[in-house]
Design a protein around this ligand. Structure first.
Ligand SMILES: [Zn+2]
Length: 479
């Protein structure tokens, strides 16, 4: 009989805070600058230089901790984490060890069975980033860029509460959504502003004791995290099924090969010889200060989704999708201010527009289609000047050419009335008014038709389909 295994996953996210200056000095945090152009004695670890805590980074940290439902530590203390590595000129990293900035929080995710699942946040603490090693291809040397050294980081650590790679993916997606709402980081994984390591173990179902933990690193996207974890689950199960023994180690995910490979056996906390940072005096944060920061918290995704359901009559699902990204939520809300049918706006957003956004791997604001432009398109559909099918084509062209849907309709002469009923109605009215011309036409003066066509076109503000106007007029005149 084969044993069924349960997967246990915990995640560690490193988040670069979007402050203007570094965590403990005044150096710029601008991304992409010339290597080693944003450094000073403090972040280069010169002897005698003294760190000063960046207040903005501290506020961002508290704000994030509050949004993740954490308790804030009463006494704020920093520690040195000692290790040697070429990208760390000080030979230690300022971090927080036994008294993290905050602890005991949670993030709720929608589990596979549709119910909510609570992922506990063990701790959120502040630390500083290391520099960056660059290994030129084919060369036998490495380069180091210290611009990143000393950038403010938050480490967000969960309890091992996730039981599948999918849950890990869902947690990360939700976490990123909250962080984007808070605007404390650009959360750009490609730039390294958001990095994720995972701890994963398996155990026979029903077993209380955790299995041997493997730390997984080097995942550069949420999909990479999921794929790396999926690979690890299979690998660990096969090791145990072959009566092998798992070892506690750090493994690297190789996205190209689709495998994980051992990097090193796990170091223990004592290897870092943590001790209190003597250059940063521990301090107490006034409770009123924390409350002031709490007041700056924006409406978070869940609250917004609830409001969208109530205010706009959206379904739970639609509200969840529209609030999953702050920019999308803001875009939708902007549309509702200009247009009464929120549900229609939601459908267009979640359909053609999100498809275009996802296909281009961009943000909705980069699409070049303002909410007013989308609303203009919806209004043209409502007024019957273009059909729903035409609207889809116009939208595609508007996105492709980054132009306004109304301009496209005008330019291409699309806004015509091609609806037979509407034209017949206009023709009827014109014929009732223009009895003289009707009699002229019936009396053999065929040129009167031109005049009548003109009158119909005028009555339709030039929008009626001329070919149809001719046909319907002739038919109505008994031809
Ligand atoms: Zn500096």
């Amino acid at each position: 009989m084969s044993v069924k295994y349960e997967t246990v996953i915990g995640l560690e996210v490193h988040l670069q805070l979007a402050t203007n200056t570094k965590a403990f000095c005044g150096c710029s945090t601008k991304f992409g600058s010339r290597p080693n152009s944003q450094v000073c004695p403090v972040c280069l670890g010169f002897p005698g230089s003294l760190p000063v805590l960046n207040e903005e980074a501290f506020r961002f940290a508290i704000k994030t901790a509050l949004a993740l439902n954490c308790r804030i530590q009463e006494l704020i203390k920093f520690d040195r984490k000692n290790y040697y590595y070429p990208d760390l000129p000080k030979n230690f990293q300022i971090s927080q060890y036994d008294m993290p900035l905050s602890y005991n929080g949670f993030v709720d995710i929608a589990a596979a069975d549709g119910r909510r699942k609570r992922i506990k946040i063990k701790r959120v603490h502040m630390e500083e980033d290391a520099g960056k090693l660059i290994h030129p291809k084919g060369e036998n040397y490495s380069l180091v860029d210290y611009n990143r050294g000393g950038m403010p980081l938050l480490e967000i650590v969960t309890e091992p509460d996730m039981n599948s790679p999918q849950e890990a993916y869902d947690y990360l997606t939700k976490l990123k959504s909250i962080l984007e709402y808070l605007k404390v980081s650009d959360c750009d994984m490609e730039k390294g502003s958001l990095r994720c390591d995972a701890n994963i173990s398996i155990r026979p179902e029903g077993e209380k004791k955790l299995g041997t933990k493997v730390e997984l690193k080097n995942m550069n996207s949420f999909k990479g995290v999921k794929a790396g974890l999926e690979y690890e689950v299979k690998r660990q199960v096969s090791v145990l099924e072959d009566k092998g023994k798992l070892i506690q180690e750090t493994r690297l995910w190789d996205a190209e090969k689709g495998v994980t490979a051992s990097m090193r056996t796990k170091e223990e906390a004592e290897d870092y010889r943590y001790f209190p940072e003597p250059d940063l005096v521990p301090f107490v944060v006034d409770k009123n200060e924390i409350e002031k920061i709490r007041e700056t918290l924006p409406e978070l995704p869940e609250a917004k989704a609830g409001r969208f359901q109530k205010e706009f009559g959206l379904s739970d699902y639609d509200a969840g999708v529209l609030t999953s990204q702050i920019d999308l939520a803001d875009y939708f809300e902007e549309c509702t201010k200009l247009y009464p049918d929120a549900k229609a706006a939601a459908n267009w957003l979640m359909g053609d527009i999100m498809a275009a956004v996802n296909a281009r791997n961009i943000n909705i604001n980069e699409l070049g289609l303002a909410p007013a432009a989308l609303v203009g398109l919806l209004k043209m559909v409502d007024s019957g000047s273009i059909s729903g099918t035409m609207a889809k084509e116009v939208l595609a062209e508007a996105i492709e050419t980054r132009s306004n849907p109304e301009d496209i309709v005008k330019k291409n002469g699309l806004a015509q009335i091609s609806d037979k009923g509407s034209i017949e109605e206009i023709v009827k009215n014109v014929l009732q008014k223009e009895t003289k011309s009707v009699n002229d036409y019936k009396g053999g003066k065929k040129t009167a038709l031109g005049f009548l066509v003109g009158q119909v076109m005028k009555a339709s503000k030039g929008k009626a389909n001329p070919v149809m106007v001719n046909e319907i007029l002739k038919k109505s005149l008994g031809e």
